[in-house]
Write a protein of this length. Structure first.
Length: 56
């Protein structure tokens, strides 16, 4: 089965930006590594926002 799940999103609503990120959890996932991966993914969205000068 092929699926496509958004694991990095940014939503702008009422002048605020909401950033969400996630990871693909599988049977042998290491929780600390999944957390680190999630923070890195969110960090990329924060970096893009910073580079835009907050003008998205």
């Amino acid at each position: 089965m092929d699926t496509c799940i958004a694991i990095r999103t940014a939503v702008i609503k009422n002048g605020k930006i909401y950033i969400q990120a996630g990871a693909g959890i599988v049977a042998d996932s290491v929780p600390e590594k999944e957390f680190e991966e999630t923070m890195n993914k969110a960090g990329a969205l924060f970096a893009a926002l910073d580079k835009s000068g907050g003008m998205l």
